[in-house]
Design a protein around this ligand. Sequence first.
Ligand SMILES: [Mg+2]
Ligand SMILES: [Zn+2]
Length: 271
Amino acid sequence: MSSIVVLFDFDKTILDIDSDNWVVDELGSTDLFNQLLPTMPWTSLMDKMMGEWHVQGKTIEDIIQVLTRAPIHPQIVPAIKAAHALGCDLRIVSDANTFFIENVLKHLGILECFSEINTNPGFVDEGRLRILPYHKSFHGCTLCPPNMCKGKIIERIQSTFTTEKRKTIIYLGDGAGDYCPSLKLVEGDYMMPRKDFPVWYLICKNRHLVRSAVHEWTSGEDLEQILLHLINTVISTGDMKKNVDNTSQLFDCKFETTALGAFAKPVVVPH
Ligand SMILES: [Mg+2]
Ligand SMILES: [Zn+2]
């Protein structure tokens, strides 16, 4: 089992854009969307848009076509593949929906890299897409939108960790909805906010409230470099600890120090 869990937001983190806005714009419904937005929650509006498109004769295949054209930085897929190859447990925590995310990740050839997708349910029902809220009743968090509290998802994931083998979380995100989960991270975890995006501003304003280390990123290149560096740091620290555990059973403390320097192996990043 991997000791590192990497949690990815989806919109404006894996994809360079917001998938909901992208599909609405590409299907020519921007005006209608903006007109209805003040009248209902985002997820309900997305569900309503799906109904509109169905009536207009737009098919599920049309939506998939639009999704597969969504812009993504060229280093994101290599970064995800490398993190997976290094043995990390990768999961999605997103306010998009399962239908969009699965189709995009499948198209990019990286769906199998992820062990879990936490998002709003999206499914085809009689030729029309349905989008439902992640939480069926109010989650009780005032920081988050009514349909989803990502902090609650982090707490659920953390509750599966055993005390003797604590896992390290690396969290990547950009939006205001990624702030609540950043408050759930603990010392030893890593938060990677996208610089100049809402979560970055919120963290900068409340830096003392975030207990994890914070590493900002701007481009897909940064994301790849910083993420792989953090993963390698956690892996080599773990290796050193293992060496200490093994050697301390056999040798005295003086030798242990030597062994540590001599045997801690560098980890090569595959490219
Ligand atoms: Mg996002
Ligand atoms: Zn929350």
